[in-house]
Design a protein around this ligand. Structure first.
Ligand code: NDP
Length: 287
């Protein structure tokens, strides 16, 4: 017998999630504020509830995938959560997730918060590598892991309900840093006779080759020794920054994406031994 699932929210993501449970043979009850979005799923075998309260009453396991935390508040007001297992996959901040966990606890529900590391086309496609961070009730996670794993992989990151959101934002923040670097690289060649596709191939390989340096950063943070295993030290790298800035200027490219990081490197060099790695920059960021 497959665990019955209630799903609140049939946006792009909710609809993708819904289809995977239906295909896997889980009884599924859905609710969406705009009822029209449930029509196709009803034809595929979902039960459609007339209200969020009715949907929550249908099953113990309640998955929530709405726009934001405010919509969760609005949709779940007036529903009886006592005895429910709520897994909220709506994107939120760590503070919102912690408050939502407390809110659920006060209403007699077990609570798991989720951060989805996938876009809808990756849902139900294991080889796409998407997964969901979960944090909060470990009991709930373990009891329902098989059902939660139907749409995408599951990565449990701790009892603190805010940790799923925190991991989600940490990974996406690093991604934006990478996008910023790639944007600067493309800008440098924009007015030259260089095929962007050729640069893209080089960039993809280079970024992949450099990505594992995060392990050395972690090792240095754990040991407190920022000189451990250093290959290109801070003094050398700061000495190299004028080359990057002059090249940007020569190419008519604004340095605004690069210079904040260079500024932090210079500040760290001023207060430390130049023998260390770039890891000290992290300490300058943390208040
Ligand atoms: P959509 O914009 O496609 O859907 C939003 C959903 O929220 C709809 O079901 C909408 O209902 C509902 N909603 C909005 N406001 C309210 C409200 N006040 N009361 C009740 N329901 C409301 O978003 P997605 O499905 O793409 O995203 C859902 C969640 O998944 C978000 O938190 C998003 O950050 C997260 N996510 C999405 C990804 C993506 O690529 N799409 C990737 C990773 C995470 P209605 O149909 O009535 O408007």
């Amino acid at each position: 017998e497959k665990t019955p699932v209630t799903l609140l929210g049939l946006g792009a993501m909710g609809t993708a999630l819904a289809r995977t449970w239906l295909s896997a043979g889980h009884p599924l009850t859905v609710w969406n504020r705009t009822p029209a979005r449930a029509i196709a799923l009803a034809a595929e075998g979902a039960q459609v509830a007339d209200s969020a309260a009715e949907a929550v009453a249908a099953n113990r396991l309640v998955i929530v995938c709405l726009l934001d935390d405010a919509s969760v508040e609005e949709a779940l007001a007036g529903t009886d959560l006592a005895g429910r297992d709520v897994a909220n996959l709506t994107t939120s901040t760590p503070a919102q997730a912690r408050a939502r966990a407390e809110w659920a606890r006060e209403r007699g529900a077990r609570y798991l918060d989720g951060g989805i590391m996938a876009v809808p086309p990756m849902i139900g496609v294991p080889e796409a590598g998407g997964y969901v961070f979960y944090s909060g009730s470990q009991e709930l996670f373990e009891q329902h892991q098989e059902t939660l794993a139907v749409p995408a992989g599951t990565t449990y990151v701790g009892e603190d309900a805010g940790f799923a959101a925190l991991h989600d934002v940490a990974l996406l923040s690093a991604m934006y840093g990478m996008f910023a670097g790639a944007a600067h690289a493309f800008a440098l060649i924009r007015n030259e006779d260089i095929d962007p596709a050729a640069l893209a191939r080089l960039l993809a390989d280079w970024l992949a080759a450099m990505a594992p340096t995060v392990h050395q950063t972690a090792d240095q943070l754990r040991s407190g020794d920022y000189t451990k295993g250093v290959v290109s030290n801070l003094a050398m790298q700061v000495a190299g920054t004028p080359t990057f800035l002059s090249t940007a200027e020569q190419q008519g490219v604004s340095p605004e994406l690069l210079s904040p990081y260079f500024e932090l490197m210079r500040r760290r060099l001023a207060e430390s031994s130049g023998e260390e790695d770039l890891t000290g920059v992290i300490d300058l960021l943390v208040h």
